[in-house]
Design a protein around this ligand. Structure first.
Ligand SMILES: Nc1nc2c(ncn2[C@@H]2O[C@H](COP(=O)(O)OP(=O)(O)OP(=O)(O)O)[C@@H](O)[C@H]2O)c(=O)[nH]1
Length: 572
């Protein structure tokens, strides 16, 4: 068959169309080539900018650039693959180096904190440390943090004469080097009457600022003794775990060594001993509980066996038995389930006890269902007896756990609730505040010139003051108020159903009473005053934010001359 002939006009039309398409394609290709070149240029620039981070990454980037220039026979695809590997390696390296930088920043901040700078600087240093911890993956923040640290360092060092910093190196302060207090240290900082009693020695004079620093170049002399602060911390640690119960001789030997004063050579072994005692206490508790659970399991297995045997008895009995078996199986399943979900020992024990109670009730029902005359009943009643014993044991364990919990929430020095207890109580009060909207006020209270008491009368006197003062304040508050030690010489007071103004009236009365009270330490009068910052919760406000405002008000009270209460701005 013949092809239809294309006329001259038709042929022209097709050619024009073809030429148009060809031109459009050529332009597209040109544009594509242009984009490709721009992309290659941009990639080369970016790769140059990324240089200097890590040697392997640099090498991979160089190869990529060569390939982009066409100097390399390998394809870009191969180089990109290698680059990806180098980037993964770099990411690991970057995380590690971020962690190291963060640790170094924190270490530097800790050193400055150990020089006991004034409150505002101390606070800024702590914030900086928190920032370095919270955002440690963000390398871009480090230059800013370093600049901040540099400024703070300048301010701290301007505050502390370099001489004092040099003579009282951190390690020396930690260990109470035996140097006499420098005149700067013992000079009164203010117009408060200086108590007439002589300082109780250099160790006591400097102990207050002790912080532990690992300094590989520190020179240690055997005559140096561990500062009172460190001793206090170790003692508190021993008191707060059950070490006394499991290794009383080791604990009293360690306490004796601490009382007599540790030489530098003894310091590390003593810390090792503390670590071992704490671990031993923990392991003993874990072992005891594991033993208890094994016993529970054994009991449950015994019960199950007896019930299974009973399942083949008379039909009435069999029905009762099957019913009980069902109940038991579901109790076992529930026990297993809840044990897995339990978040702490206390909860776990509670679960075990309540499940055992259910199993016992099921046994009781079974015994009352006509099974009394059956020989298996005797076995069951023996088992029930044993389960009762176990329940009593579980209840005793709960009491012990409750005691431990109370200990964990109590500050061992003052016997007052500690910061953990404050956090717990605050969360509760905040929930109530959100639900009912009744006024809720927080106050932060700080002893004035406490460092001077430590410096002039010694650390033990300081401890005594903290104890007496906290008792004096707590007893003047209502039952519903919360009073706790937040840390150091700082206390917190949570006052439900109280506005900032009402809190001011109460707390200012307490402040005045403290200022008027004659405190004595070994017959030496001690002037005690407190400054208090007060802030009331406003709708939707977080506990941290209220604390910050109360703390700021406390700063203001200090700055305005101390021995006063101040309400946070805008609440008067
Ligand atoms: N004895 C004793 N001293 C402590 C304890 N905790 C913190 N300190 C000391 O309390 C002192 C607080 O000193 P600073 O923060 O300078 O405050 P301050 O001397 O009270 O001065 P202002 O608060 O500005 O009036 C430091 O010397 C700490 O070592 C403790 O448990 N016992």
């Amino acid at each position: 068959m013949r092809e239809p002939e294309i006329t001259g006009e038709g042929a022209n039309k097709w050619r024009d169309k073809y030429l148009d398409v060809l031109e459009a394609q050529e332009q597209q290709e040109k544009a594509y080539q242009g984009d490709l070149q721009l992309l290659a240029k941009a990639l080369a620039r970016v790769s140059l900018a990324a240089e200097g981070q890590h040697p392997e990454l640099d090498a991979a980037l160089e190869r990529l650039r060569q390939s982009l220039r066409g100097d390399d026979k390998h394809s870009i695809g191969q180089h990109l693959q290698r680059l990806e590997q180098a980037l993964l390696e770099f990411e690991r390296f970057r995380d590690k180096s971020a962690a190291e930088q963060s640790a170094a920043l924190q270490g530097m901040a800790a050193q400055l904190l150990s020089l006991a700078p004034e409150r505002a600087l101390k606070k800024q240093l702590r914030t900086l440390t928190q920032d370095a911890t919270r955002q440690r993956d963000r390398l871009d923040i480090y230059p800013g943090l370093l600049r901040q640290l540099e400024q703070l360092q300048g301010q701290v060092l301007a505050e502390k004469p370099p001489q004092a910093a040099k003579n009282n190196g951190l390690m020396a302060r930690l260990l109470g080097s035996g140097n006499a207090s420098s005149p700067q240290d013992s000079a009164p900082e203010d117009d408060l009457a200086t108590p007439s009693a002589p300082a109780t020695g250099a160790a006591a004079g400097k102990a207050d600022r002790a912080l532990f620093e690992l300094n590989p170049n520190a020179t240690l002399r055997d005559s140096e003794t561990v500062s009172e602060n460190l001793r206090g911390i170790i003692n508190e640690l021993l008191l707060s775990v059950e070490a006394q119960a499991i290794a009383p001789e080791r604990v009293s030997a360690l306490q004796k060594r601490l009382r007599l004063g540790l030489s530098n050579a003894d310091l590390l072994p003593a810390l090792g001993e503390v670590r071992d005692l704490v671990l031993a206490a923990y392991m003993a508790a874990t072992r005891a509980f594991a033993g208890y659970l094994t016993e529970v399991n054994q009991q449950l297995a015994d019960i199950y066996q007896v019930i299974e045997g009973a399942a083949h008895q008379s039909s009435d009995l069999q029905q009762a038995s099957e019913q009980m078996q069902q109940q038991m199986l579901s109790e076992f399943a529930e026990l297993e389930n809840r044990s897995l979900r339990a978040e702490n020992l206390d909860e776990l024990k509670h679960q075990v006890q309540s499940r055992l109670g259910n199993i016992r009730a099921a046994l009781h029902d079974y015994q009352n269902s006509g099974a009394r005359d059956h020989p298996v009943t005797e076995q069951l009643s023996q088992l029930a007896e044993r389960i009762r014993d176990m329940e009593q044991e579980a209840s005793r364990s709960r009491e012990v756990l409750e005691e431990q919990r109370t200990k964990a929430l109590t500050d061992p020095l003052t016997g007052m609730p500690n910061r953990e207890a404050y956090i717990e109580r605050m969360a509760l009060e905040q929930q109530r505040f959100q639900r009912y909207g009744h006024p809720l006020t927080l106050a932060v209270c700080d002893l004035d010139y406490f460092k001077k008491i430590n410096d002039t009368l010694g650390h033990q006197a300081g401890d005594r003051v903290l104890k007496v003062l906290s008792g004096a304040m707590a007893k003047r508050l209502r039952e519903v108020d919360f009073f706790g030690r937040y840390g150091g010489e700082e206390f917190v007071i949570v006052m439900p159903e109280t506005s900032a103004q009402q809190a001011f009236v109460v707390l200012d009365r307490i402040r005045a009473a403290i200022a008027k009270t004659a405190f004595n330490y070994k017959e030496t009068p001690v002037d005690l005053t407190v400054s208090i910052g007060i802030a009331a919760f406003s709708a939707g406000e977080s506990a941290e934010s209220v604390f910050e405002r109360a703390d700021k008000a406390l700063y203001d009270a200090k700055a305005a001359g101390r021995n006063r209460c101040m309400v946070a701005n805008g609440e008067e």
